[in-house]
Design a protein around this ligand. Structure first.
Ligand SMILES: *Cc1c(COP(=O)(O)O)cnc(C)c1O
Length: 454
């Protein structure tokens, strides 16, 4: 087996191992790491998944990328610890399914990636006797999932940046009530501001000795675990090619699926479901890419992203080259330039994309609740609406829509639409009463830098 190395989408940085890509987060040339080739899953392996548990499927998929960088026993242990919760696949109608990715400890699908990534980072850091600072910007759910996944580890400190007025109360409390090795900063600005500040920190030479790494989906270690639930869906649902509807923000969720497809998973199509931040469906249609600036505020707040960071990887996967233009100091002066256009024909064959308004989201939450007695929250509703729109005009064999959060994380939105409050799962109970600790900072990098150097 040839060793799988990782290259930067900007093609200047040297090739690195999985471990280095994981611990660095972003490549020094500001590109994102991608594997030089994507390993295959054989038909026999795919068949064997049918009677395997989630954790065992995760082990097989992830092992293909890590190869001998970790021994079998350790990886088995880490996947088993990571995936100790249910992944229900609910039938809504004959060939329409909802896969619930919201049963992890922080009630969002971010747990799938955060839990394994945290364990892998900890594993490699400990082996090298390194202390890490995990720096993460969040539009809502990443912060909580990452905080939970790293909480209490001695070798790792976590620093979270979130937009002060951009997250729900539940989401905020998941990040601000833990304390210990988890510090949270509320930024006077939008998610894109948080993301920009974090990216600048990664490329600041003054911070070299801090061993900063990213827990955002710019980190390949965050993407890889997200390929697994697509395999899991196939293992439970049978032989037809599946159409997946994927609620998308930074496109980590979608990239996980595209990697699974490249590995050999029979997928008919991915429906990329976005809220009113519609830069991607427009790009798919016209071939011209223009970020939405500033990003629009929609009820699916974790998807309020006007320039998805993983679009760089997606374009790369289809033979193109997307990058942000920077000045000498590394500051972005123009976002989202296409140096090489991807194969649009192939892209359109694999992916359909729809932008869904908040009004449509509310109607869908109501419709699905009344018709099927199922409760969706805003992100899952964006996915469901996109699914409905797709099957109106296309043949649909087997469609799986992803529900990415528990409705209880958005009690106000649900109450506004349905007049009832969602039931609170065990994982979220008690959160309301806990004491919060966080600092408010302006949206400039220097403030964060001072805090990190302290
Ligand atoms: C993060 C998130 C998304 C979007 O996922 P991306 O990987 O950023 O595309 C969708 N739904 C919820 C609930 C999320 O937290």
């Amino acid at each position: 087996m040839d060793k799988i190395l990782y290259r930067s989408t900007n093609r200047k940085s040297k090739l690195v191992s999985f471990k280095e890509a994981l611990l660095q987060g972003q490549a020094p040339d500001y590109g994102l790491y991608v594997p030089i080739k994507i390993p295959k899953i054989s038909k026999e392996e795919l068949e064997s998944f049918r009677n395997k548990k989630y954790a065992d499927i995760a082990y097989i998929v992830v092992k293909k990328f890590l190869q001998d960088e970790i021994n079998d026993k350790d990886l088995r242990k880490l996947t088993k610890e990571s995936y100790n919760f249910d992944v229900p696949i609910e039938r809504i109608e004959k060939n329409l399914f909802l896969m619930r990715l919201d049963r992890g400890p922080t009630a969002s699908f971010k747990d799938f990636a955060a839990r394994l990534m945290a364990r892998l980072m900890h594993y490699f850091a400990k082996k090298e006797n390194k202390k890490l600072i995990v720096l993460v910007s969040t539009s809502g759910d990443t912060g909580g999932a990452v905080a939970d996944a790293f909480f209490g580890l001695k070798e790792v400190n976590v620093v979270i940046l979130f937009p002060k007025n951009g997250v729900s109360e539940m989401q905020r409390k998941q990040m601000t009530t833990l304390g210990k090795n988890v510090r949270a900063f509320a930024v006077n600005g939008a998610f894109d501001d948080c993301q920009a500040i974090v990216k600048q920190a990664f490329n600041d030479k003054d911070l070299k000795n801090l061993n900063l790494t990213s827990a955002n989906s710019i980190n390949f270690g965050r993407l890889l675990p997200q390929a697994v639930y697509y395999f899991y869906a196939y293992s439970r649902l049978g032989k037809d090619k599946i159409i997946f509807s994927v609620p998308s923000g930074n496109f980590g969720n979608l990239m996980g699926g595209l990697i699974a497809k490249k590995m050999g998973l029979p997928v008919e199509k991915f429906i990329t479901a976005v809220n009113e931040n519609d830069e991607f469906p427009k790009f798919l249609k016209t071939g011209k890419y223009k970020p939405v600036e500033p990003s629009k505020k929609c009820s699916s707040n974790s998807m309020n992203i006007g320039h998805p960071s993983n679009l760089v990887r997606l374009v790369d996967l289809y033979g193109g080259w997307l990058y942000d233009k920077r000045d000498k100091s590394g500051k972005v002066i123009k976002k989202g330039l296409l140096k090489v256009k991807p194969n649009m024909k192939k892209l359109r064959k694999d992916i359909a994309s729809f932008s869904i308004t908040d009004k449509e989201v509310n109607e869908a939450i109501k419709r699905v609740y009344l018709k099927y007695k199922k409760l969706l929250e805003p992100h899952g509703a964006v996915g469901w609406c996109a699914l409905e729109r797709y099957i109106k005009n296309n043949k649909a064999y087997l469609v799986v829509s992803l529900e990415t959060a528990d409705p209880a994380k958005f009690p106000n939105e649900i109450k506004k639409v349905l007049g009832v409050e969602p039931k609170i799962p065990k994982s979220l109970a008690g959160l309301r009463k806990k004491e919060e600790h966080f600092e408010v900072i302006d949206k400039n990098y220097e403030t964060l830098k001072k805090e990190l150097l302290r």
